[in-house]
Design a protein around this ligand. Sequence first.
Ligand code: HEC
Length: 156
Amino acid sequence: MTVRIFLLCGIAAVLILGCGDSVPPAVITGKPVVDGKTGLIVRNLDSEQIQRGEAVYRANCTGCHGSNGEATPDWRKPNLDGKYPPPPLDSSAHAWHHSTEVLKKTILKGTPPEIGSMPSWEGKLTEQQVDDVVVWIKSLWSDEIYDLWYKNFEGK
Ligand code: HEC
């Protein structure tokens, strides 16, 4: 009898511990980690990828979007040709209103010349480089903005 109870407890413990919180959730389920103090999603970006993305950015994007994605203060005012100047990519504009897919597509395809002057990077950057630079852009956002972005696009 006692043995049986032990066995049952053992099985229950394996089930609970095996599937429960004792295993880091990011590894098993891909669920985001929430900061216990702020309640915000903790960014789980790969630091090597951020560094690679920064290098891609510095080589190709700073001239228009600023050295840290801050662009120009007047980015909301259209130029004389009606097109808009490059917007910031940090928290201050609307890069974070877009999903990862849309950000990638914008970088790969650019904007049609009659609408805007974001160049197309297809054939110039590899898909990996585009992924890397998108991660670097995400690393610029504030914790609050990343949390909002994540809940809008990844956390559904
Ligand atoms: C020649 C200037 C120029 C260069 C170089 C450039 N961009 Fe842009 N980018 C723009 C402009 C202008 C826009 C806004 C386009 C529009 O008004 O539709 C833009 C828009 C974007 C957007 C969309 C932002 C949003 O809020 O929706 C992203 C993301 C972006 N660029 C990333 C990059 C990355 C990454 C690089 C480097 C690989 C790069 N850009 C290089 C001019 C540039």
